[in-house]
Each structure stands twice: as C-alpha cells, then as structure tokens.
Design a protein around this ligand. Sequence first.
Ligand SMILES: [Zn+2]
Length: 125
Amino acid sequence: MKLCYCGSGYLFGDCCEPFLKKVAVAPSAVVLMRSRYSAYCVANVDYLVQTTHSSTRKLYPKSSILEFATQNHWLQLEILSATHDTVTFKAYYLDASLAPQVHYEESTFVLEDGAWYYVEGNYEL
Ligand SMILES: [Zn+2]
C-alpha cells in the first residue's frame, strides 16, 4: 500500500484515490485541492479538467495540463493556509531538467451543486 501523494499521511486508497476514481466527492476546497495535487502526480488529466469550474475550464486546455503534470516530477505538497473557498500552497517539484522548483499559488474554489471546483489561481504572492 502506498501513502497518498498529497502528504496527508493516509494511504492513497483512503485519501485522494476515491475522489480521483469518482467514487467520492471532495467535501471541502482544501480536500479538493489535495486531490488535484495527487491528480497531477498520477497525470489524471480528466479529473483535473472535471474539477475545474466551467467558467475557467477553457483557460486550462487538456494538453497543457498533461504537459505540466508529466514533464515535472512532483515531490511534495505544502498547504500554507486555507479558508472556506481558498487554499494557499506550495508544490515542490523537479522540472524537465531536474532543477528543483516551487509552484506557489493561492487557489480559489467554488461550491456548485454539491461539488467543489477549482476556479483560478493567483501566482503573484
Ligand atoms: Zn491525499
């Protein structure tokens, strides 16, 4: 058994995997954010598209999500703070030339029809 990519300390099968397999719906913005990080780790592009809100989905084409997910080697997620509908985090990864990088973002989420969606990210922190 494998520990979850999101760093929760739980097994993947007890943490983000049920969301990625669509047998459960993330109950909060921060849980959705963690599951989206795990989706990047396993390059589950469909999940990333489906959990992006319809209003901004066209800004994140499948091809760019796939490229961002697979050209980098994802190391660690660090949640810095979270509110009801925002999550500020750092995602540590090695880029295509194996240089260490940090993706620093404040993400905004919205709850619609009982499911949380990623709306957009602020990178100017
Ligand atoms: Zn997880």
